[in-house]
Write a protein that binds this ligand. Structure first.
Ligand SMILES: [Zn+2]
Length: 348
């Protein structure tokens, strides 16, 4: 073979294999071409075997030429292999219908229940007014739920129509607490005045569920006992509380009422926040909305808890959280809070 023939052969191999590599259909075909061109019995290997018969002069030309061709074919094979590897990954992704270029779906975000929001707002205001958080049991004995709070044995509140009696197997008659006032009796039993507590929590009444009643609802109770506590303190603190809740224009008024555990007792109305007292459907034209029950703690209650009513006095108030939340959020059916329909709840 002459050097000219060698050069021609090199060009032929380069042309043939570059075309074949470009046309290769898959990884196996590329591998076959690698063997056919560069393998032990491959076309280029075969051609380079002829180098040994060349003169020193020709070897200096043919050697680098052969090496360059080998490099070019290797590079073309590498490129094609990388192409098929990437294609394989793409095909896999397409099979699972995964389009990585699509924007992500927004993850649904949870949020707080409107009752928790309302409860938090109320307890935060009370905490600012110096009330300390206190809790008590849901299943309560009659002593703490009724007796100590001056609710006598024959009182209608103790009737099965109002109260759930719990069969605990214990000889002591147990009830599901009908108000958070059981926290009052339990707290005063263990602590000496001055004391200033709020008792937020769940209470139970034997009511059927309708738009304004529920057998389970929430109350927040406030209790302040110290020397010389009077209705004036109650009015001042409740006014501050309502201003915190409904803004600086909030006004309250007391209406005489009766509760066994307070004397004197008063229902507290707040000037309608919707019509500023002019009269609207929410306040049924009266300009005032009934908010809570309150009064000066009955001396018997203090006595029952081991506090001397001649030395100390106190006030107490209790309100329904649902009732306030319904007003704050303009909800007209109490069942909205318990049905937990996400479409409804997510509006608040
Ligand atoms: Zn009104």
């Amino acid at each position: 073979m002459t050097i000219t023939e060698f050069k021609t052969a090199c060009s032929a191999i380069e042309q043939e294999y570059k075309a074949k590599i470009a046309a290769a259909a898959d990884l196996a075909a590329v591998e076959e071409l690698r063997v056919a061109a560069l393998g032990r019995k491959g076309a280029l290997t075969d051609l380079l075997k002829g180098l040994k018969d060349f003169s020193m002069e020709d070897k200096k030309v043919a050697g680098p030429l052969g090496n360059a061709l080998k490099g070019a074919l290797s590079a073309a094979l590498e490129e094609k292999t990388a192409f098929f590897a990437a294609k394989q990954i793409n095909d896999e992704l397409n099979k699972t219908c995964l389009d990585l270029t699509l924007p992500a779906f927004p993850a649904p975000q949870g949020h707080r229940h409107p009752l928790s929001v309302a409860m938090d707002r109320m307890t935060t205001i009370l905490a600012h007014l110096g009330f300390e958080w206190a809790e008590g049991p849901w299943v309560e004995d009659e002593k703490h739920n009724f007796d100590m709070l001056n609710i006598p044995k024959h009182h209608p509140a103790r009737d099965a129509q109002d109260t759930f009696f719990a069969d605990t197997g214990s000889p002591i008659s147990m009830v599901l607490r009908t108000h958070t006032s059981n926290v009052q009796s339990r707290f005063m039993e263990k602590h000496r005045p001055p004391l200033r507590i709020m008792a937020p929590g769940r209470v139970f009444r034997n009511d059927s569920l309708d738009a304004t009643h529920s057998p389970v609802f929430h109350q927040i109770e406030g209790l302040y006992v110290d020397k010389n506590v009077s209705m004036a303190d109650l009015k001042q603190d409740l006014t501050a509380f309502m201003k915190g809740l409904f803004g600086n224009k909030a006004e309250i008024r007391f209406r005489p009422s009766f509760f066994p555990f307070t004397e004197p007792s008063a229902e507290v109305d707040v000037k309608c926040v919707f019509c500023q007292g002019k009269g609207c459907p929410v306040c049924k034209g009266s300009g005032w909305i009934e908010m809570l029950g309150s009064g000066v703690v009955h001396p018997n209650v203090l006595k029952n808890c081991g506090i001397d009513p001649n030395e100390y006095s106190g006030y107490a108030f209790g309100m329904g959280v649902e009732r306030l939340a319904m007003m704050m959020m303009n909800i007209n059916d109490i069942r909205t809070f318990y049905e937990n329909d996400v479409r409804v709840l997510s509006q608040f």
